[in-house]
Design a protein around this ligand. Structure first.
Ligand code: SAM
Length: 245
């Protein structure tokens, strides 16, 4: 059927491609891909010969009208290099334009590094805020951490090895003793989860140097001072005692 198909692809482990994704990537009329060499390997793996057009951050505004026009009568699949399109990846404007043009949009869900990291971090998942990539410059980074630091939710950041130590030291500075986890190379051979408080993780990666591979940092919600029922009773009794004196 004509329309735009948002297709999630693996984030490292080819077996994470869903049956539905493989099906649409073989049957689409055209695939809009971020890096056609990377997607080319995936297509080869599944035996797909569908033609690709390049659609990335820098040319998206130029190719979007053509993709939209084709999606009126053809199946146009959108993929990015890894994971779910639109999640710290291009695609949002294409979906928006498709909606505005009355073109059907279908999502084929699958791997996403943020969700995979959340499921491994051992931190609260009832409420989380996906923060994408933090700004690379110190001032911007600190501003974002201060702004998000007051949110009562687990925070999820995408990071890169070379920037990890700086990110963690700013986070430790601004957010304090929060529990966190550095997750790396998710779904791949050297998948790793390093849990710890922000100051401990900052010290660890400061000493260890830049880790290789792709990274998601998960930071637990602000600490709430836990008060037990017994503590509360004792405090109340003490307050009442003081009043009767
Ligand atoms: N759209 C992708 C998704 O659904 O997760 C994210 C794309 S974004 C350009 C790339 C970033 O995602 C990396 O810098 C890293 O923070 C994270 N990432 C992607 N794959 C990962 C993996 N296998 N392990 C850890 N982090 C990963």
């Amino acid at each position: 059927d004509p329309g735009i198909y948002i297709v999630a692809t693996p984030i490292g482990n080819l077996n994470d491609l869903t049956f539905r994704a493989a099906d649409i990537l073989k049957r689409a009329d055209v695939i809009a891909a971020e890096d056609t060499r990377i997607t080319g390997k995936l297509l080869k793996h599944i035996g797909s010969a569908v033609h690709m057009v390049s659609h990335h951050e820098h040319n998206a505004h130029i190719v979007r009208p053509e993709l939209l026009a084709r999606a009126q009568k053809e199946a146009v699949a959108l993929v990015t290099d890894a994971g779910t399109p639109l999640i710290s990846d291009p695609g949002y404007r294409l979906v928006r334009a498709a909606r505005d043009a009355g073109v059907t949009v279908t999502s084929i869900p699958g791997a996403c590094a943020a969700i995979t990291a959340l499921t491994l971090a051992g931190l609260p998942t009832d409420r989380f805020l996906f923060a994408g990539f933090a700004p690379p410059k110190e001032k911007g980074l600190r501003d974002v951490l201060a702004e998000l630091g007051t949110v009562q939710a687990t925070l999820v950041f995408y990071e890169t090895g070379p920037r990890l130590a700086r990110f963690l030291s700013a986070a430790a500075d601004i957010l304090g003793m929060r529990e966190a986890a550095v997750t790396r190379e998710l779904t791949k051979m050297y998948e790793e989860v390093v849990p710890g408080t922000l100051p401990a993780l900052a010290a660890h990666y400061d000493a260890a140097g830049a880790p290789k591979g792709e990274i998601v940092v998960v930071i637990g919600p602000p600490l709430v001072i836990e008060t037990s029922e017994a503590d509360l009773d004792a405090a109340l009794r003490a307050a009442m005692d003081t009043q009767t004196l």
